[in-house]
Design a protein around this ligand. Sequence first.
Ligand code: HEM
Length: 395
Amino acid sequence: MDYQSALGSLFSPEGRHDPYPAYDVLRAHAPAFLAPDERWYVTTHALTTRLLRDPAVRLADSRDYDQFWPEWRQNRGVASVVLSMLQMNPPDHTRVRRAAAATFTARRIAAMRDVIAGQAEELIKAMPATADFMTSFAYPLPIGVICALLGVPDSDRAWFRQRAADLTVVLEPISTVDEMELADAAGRDLEDYFIGLIAERRRHPREDLTTALAASGDTLTGEEMLANLVLLLVAGFETTANLLGLGLHLLLGRPAEAERLRAHPDLAPAFVEEILRYDSPVQLTSRLTTEPLDLGDGLSVPAGAGLTMLLGSANRDPARYDDPHRFDPGRPNIQPVSFGGGAHYCLGAPLARLEAQVAFPLLLTMLPRLALTGVAERRDRLVLRGFSALPVTTG
Ligand code: HEM
């Protein structure tokens, strides 16, 4: 396969289902290259980690959107992402991230361990003999956990899964008109939901994140508050559900590894890092250069260039990982780039890790005969990688 076919395959259903052979071709071609879509694709671990931290690299923010798509605010799905910290640059990013991080404290996350374990145990006990793991566990757990943090009532939880799936299509490089309409509707629904919840918490404050964010009116505009609540909710479970699905699929396909984790639950942190590396729930992220950059190897990128960083490729880079296509939780110093890096490093990484570290040992010990059955269906997405259906039997 030449590198142009490899790149093209990433935009086809087959390539999206298994992008790793294409990444190998692209990485062997160059650490970074200019593609026909006029974007620079970054393929290696070293260059990805460097560029994510480079002050001459920034996000496309609302000002850029004003220029290349003046109507973007009319699509509320797009607006909720563009107005969130995910698409901001300093000084706005610094201000908004600080306000959100102040509510999303290490103490608050660590205190969630028992809530996570309690919810996971209930879901496991309720799992039918033949189940779709995504519907019966992978989605409900992170939805329940982020809703508990945000203070969203139990009765409203089921409503969120479809809204989040509809909204996150705006992260994909290519989407249809119908998908964009669904994203708009989901954005409107979620904004309306949080307008109501913020008003309620201002009247009756509680010990939750919505109350804490609603009190940051002197640092955040109303629009920013809403966009970041929607981001926390959606980022809080779409990706984590995929981590749980991808991880379970890997473990059940490798009975010796599953047995090792069952016998040694203290290995869960290493297993979770290797799952994140081996099959990252987020496969790419994008940036713009603010000045010309020398990338080494005779490569120079002009100012204003679009960068696509292939996180999934960086995680399988043989220059960084021995035998990168082997799943090996025993490898030293894993440090995948699955949570990004630099100023936008995932705010929810400690929570996502904790959920997975608690969930996998519980699943393996409470359901010792848990096994894959039927056909696992991959989501047809490039950026957010995961399963739409993962049939299992509990034995
Ligand atoms: C940012 C991945 C779970 C909230 C990011 C970024 C990545 C990522 C790659 C950086 C994007 C970029 O630099 O362009 C993941 C993965 C997760 C996960 C793989 C699960 C396995 C979560 C959870 C939450 C969360 C549970 C919140 C409850 C956020 C937020 C940002 C972010 C708020 C934006 C940070 C900023 O722009 O400063 N995530 N995430 N994520 N994530 Fe996560």
